[in-house]
Write a protein that binds this ligand. Structure first.
Ligand code: PLP
Length: 623
C-alpha cells in the first residue's frame, strides 16, 4: 500500500485487502469489491483483458461530494444564490458514463456542457430535467446556434457562451429570426492563468474568450440589438488540473470584479461560470510542485469560489451570483480502472556464479569477472568506470574481429551483473551519484502487457501524465522485481517508465516475478477523465472491453458488458470494407487451390481463420 502511495491517491476508493488483492470501495459505506475475484469472474464469462472497469457508484459518490462541499461552503459564507454542477462531456463523452451522471445527478440538478456542435447533439438528447442547465461553449456556426435556440424554445435552460465577437452577431440574427430571447453568456479572458500542464488555457494570450475591450464591444452589439437583458452569464476557464490553489483564488477574485463591474453598468448578469480546473491528486502527494498533484481539496476549492463571489457582492451591495462549476475531471477520473495482463517479461543477461572461465579466455572477460567478485562500496564508482571502459573496449574488439561471439556473450552477462550489484550497493549511499541515476531503469525487467498506450492511456504518451499503476494481486508477498511496462504496439514510445512509487527510483515499478500458468494483472487507476475519447487507433488496436460494476446488498453485480472493437470495426475506420476484404481473399484462395499451391482443405481453413479473425478482439487472445 505504502510502496505505491495508494493511501495518497486512493482516497478510500482503493486499498489492499487481507488476501493481498486490490479492492475498490466505491461508496462511503465501506462495501468492497475484490478486483482479483472480479477479474476471475470476468475470465469465466469470457470477457478478455485488456478491460476497462467502470464503477458508477464512484461517479455517484463524486457528485455527492461536490454537492456536500457546496452545501457546507454556502452555510459558512451565507451564500444566497444557487450553485450548479455542469458536466463538460468532452471529459468523457461515453454514453453510459453521461447517462449515469445524469440519472444519479438528477436529484442534484446536474447539467451538461457541450464544447462543440456534435457534443451539443449528444447533450440535448440526454434525459436531463428541464430545469437543469445546458451550457454551450466552443466555436459556433449558424447550425449550432439554431439548434441551441430551438431547444430553448422547447423548454430547455440553455446558455450560449460567446467565445468570439462574431458569434454574438450570429446569435442576434438567429434569435430574431426564431423569435427567441437567448440566454447569452460571454467567456472572459482573465489576465490570471492557471498552473500546471494547462497553464496556457488562461491568461492574456489564451485561445478563447473576449478581452476587456472586446467585452465592451460586445455590450455595444447587445445594445444595438436590444439584447442587453439577455446577457446573463460570464464564464472563464483557466485550464484543467490547476495544481496551485493560489492561482484559482486570484482568478476568482478577478472574475468576481467582472461580475461587479458589469452589474454596476446595469447589466443583469446572474451567473458566474467558473469553468473547470479542479484538479485530481494523481500521485497522492498533495503537492504544488507536481503537475500530477494538487495542493488543495474539493472543499477548499469550493470555499474559495463561494467566498470570492459573496465577498465581492456584499462589498458592493449586489445580489450573490449563481455559481456554475464545469469541473469534469474531478467528477470522473476515479471511476475507471484499466486492467491488462502481462504477456511475458524479459531481463538483461545474468552471470552464473558457478561458471568457470577457461585459461585461454580473453583478458577483458577475466577483468570483468574480477571486478564483479571484488565489488565494494568504497570503490563503487571506480569499479563501475572500469567496467564501462572494458565493455566499450570489448565491443570495439568484437567489431574488429578480435573478440569472438561467445566472449561477447560473457562480457554482456558480466557487465549487467556488475551493474545490478552497483545499483544495489548505491542504494545504501546517502547520495546516489548522478551518473547512476538512469541505471535502475535500464536494468529493470520489461513486462510486456496486453494493451495499447495510445488507445488506453494517451495522456501518458502525449503529455507525460502520471497515472497510479499497481499489480492487482499478490500483495501478501513483497515484490521481488522491478519492471518497466511495454505495450503491444510496434512503437518504441509505447512504454511506461515513470511511476508513482515511494521507492528511490520512480523509473521502475515494483512487481512480482511471473509464475507459469498464472495470470498477472496490472491496474492503471484514475483513468476516467479524457483517456477514452483521446485514445487513438495506432496499429489498429481498438476500444477495449468495458464492464460496469455496481454494489449490491450481497456483493456486486456486473450490470453491463460492452464489447471492445473487433478487427472488422477498426478496419472499417480506415475505410476498408470487411465484406470486400473477404471477397478478395476468397478469390485469391480459389486461384491458389486451382493452381495446386494449396489443397482445398487448407484453403477452407485459411478462409475460416480469416473470417473469424475479422470478428475477434484486436488485442492478443489466449486460447
Ligand atoms: N470547461 C471548459 C471550457 C474546458 O475547456 C474544460 C477543459 O479543459 C473543462 C470545463 C473541464 O475542466 P477540467 O478538466 O478541469 O474538469
Amino acid at each position: 500500500l505504502e510502496l505505491y502511495n495508494m493511501q495518497g491517491w486512493g482516497i478510500n476508493y482503493f486499498s489492499i485487502n487481507e488476501k493481498g488483492n486490490v479492492q475498490v470501495t466505491p461508496s462511503r459505506d465501506g462495501r468492497a469489491i475484490d478486483l482479483k475475484e472480479l477479474l476471475d469472474e470476468l475470465q469465466m464469462r469470457d470477457v478478455a483483458t485488456p478491460v476497462l472497469l467502470r464503477f458508477p457508484d464512484i461517479l455517484d459518490s463524486r457528485i455527492e461530494e461536490m454537492y456536500r462541499c457546496f452545501r457546507q461552503a454556502s452555510v459558512e459564507n451565507h451564500y444566497q444564490a444557487n450553485a450548479y454542477t455542469i458536466f463538460p462531456i468532452k471529459v468523457n463523452q461515453m454514453q453510459p458514463v453521461v447517462e449515469e451522471l445524469v440519472s444519479h445527478g438528477k436529484k442534484f440538478n446536474i447539467g451538461l456542457e457541450a464544447g462543440s456542435k456534435p457534443e451539443l447533439h449528444a447533450v440535448i438528447a440526454n434525459n436531463t430535467d428541464t430545469d437543469s442547465l445546458i451550457v454551450c461553449n466552443g466555436y459556433k456556426d449558424e447550425d449550432y446556434i439554431e439548434l441551441a435556440l430551438l431547444a430553448q424554445k422547447m423548454g430547455r435552460r440553455i446558455f450560449i457562451v460567446v467565445e468570439k465577437l462574431n458569434e454574438l452577431k450570429l446569435i442576434a440574427e438567429v434569435s430574431e429570426r426564431l423569435h427567441v430571447r437567448p440566454n447569452i453568456g460571454i467567456r472572459i479572458k482573465l489576465s490570471s492563468s492557471g498552473s500546471g500542464k494547462w497553464e496556457s488555457s488562461g491568461g492574456d494570450s489564451s485561445k478563447f474568450g473576449l478581452n476587456t475591450s472586446e467585452l465592451m464591444d460586445a455590450v455595444s452589439i447587445l445594445e444595438q440589438n436590444d439584447l442587453v437583458d439577455c446577457f446573463k452569464l460570464i464564464h472563464f476557464h483557466i485550464g484543467s488540473q490547476v495544481n496551485k490553489i493560489r492561482r484559482i483564488k486570484i482568478a476568482l477574485k478577478e472574475a468576481a470584479q467582472f461580475y461587479v463591474q458589469l452589474r454596476k453598468m446595469g447589466i443583469g448578469v446572474e451567473y458566474v461560470d467558473i469553468g473547470g480546473g479542479l484538479g485530481v491528486d494523481y500521485d497522492g502527494t498533495r503537492s504544488s510542485n507536481s503537475d500530477s498533484s494538487v495542493n488543495y481539496s474539493i472543499q477548499e476549492y469550493v470555499n474559495d469560489a463561494v467566498y470570492a463571489m459573496v465577498d465581492a457582492s456584499d462589498k458592493n451591495e449586489l445580489p450573490h451570483p449563481n455559481i456554475i462549476t464545469e469541473s469534469g475531471r474531478s467528477l470522473t477520473a476515479h471511476h475507471s480502472v484499466l486492467i491488462f495482463d502481462v504477456l511475458e517479461s524479459t531481463s538483461l543477461p545474468k552471470w552464473n556464479k558457478e561458471e568457470v572461465l577457461s585459461d585461454e579466455i580473453h583478458e577483458n572477460v577475466r577483468d570483468l569477472c574480477n571486478i564483479l567478485n571484488k565489488l565494494s562500496q568504497p570503490h563503487l564508482l571506480e569499479d563501475w568506470h572500469d567496467a564501462l571502459q572494458i565493455r566499450e573496449e570489448s565491443l570495439n574488439l568484437f567489431s574488429l574481429g578480435l573478440l569472438d561471439i561467445k566472449e561477447r556473450a560473457l562480457v554482456e552477462r558480466l557487465f549487467w551483473s556488475i551493474a545490478r550489484e552497483v545499483v544495489k550497493m548505491s542504494q545504501r549511499l546517502k547520495h546516489i551519484p548522478n551518473e547512476l541515476e538512469g541505471l535502475p531503469q535500464r536494468l529493470a525487467d520489461k513486462y510486456f502487457c496486453n494493451f495499447s498506450l495510445f488507445q488506453s492511456l494517451p495522456d501518458s504518451w502525449a503529455i507525460d501524465q502520471l497515472f497510479p499503476i499497481v499489480p492487482i494481486q499478490r500483495h501478501t508477498e513483497n515484490p521481488d522485481n522491478y519492471a518497466t511496462i511495454q505495450d503491444i504496439t510496434c512503437d518504441s514510445d509505447g512504454k511506461i517508465d515513470n511511476f508513482i512509487v515511494t521507492t528511490n527510483s520512480s523509473q521502475t515499478l515494483p512487481v512480482h516475478s511471473l509464475k507459469e500458468g498464472e495470470n498477472y494483472y496490472i491496474g492503471v487507476f484514475l483513468v476516467g477523465a479524457y483517456q477514452e475519447i483521446l485514445g487513438d487507433l495506432h496499429n489498429l488496436f481498438g476500444d477495449t472491453n468495458a464492464v460496469h460494476i455496481s454494489l449490491t446488498d450481497e456483493a456486486y453485480s456486473i450490470d453491463q458488458i460492452i464489447d471492445g472493437e473487433t478487427v472488422a470495426e477498426v478496419l472499417d475506420y480506415a475505410q476498408y470494407n470487411p465484406k470486400k476484404l473477404v471477397r478478395a481473399v476468397e478469390t485469391w484462395v480459389t486461384s491458389s487451390v486451382k493452381s495446386g499451391r494449396i489443397t482445398a482443405k487448407e484453403g477452407r481453413e485459411f478462409l475460416a481463420i480469416y473470417r473469424s479473425g475479422l470478428y475477434g478482439y484486436t488485442y492478443l487472445e489466449k486460447e
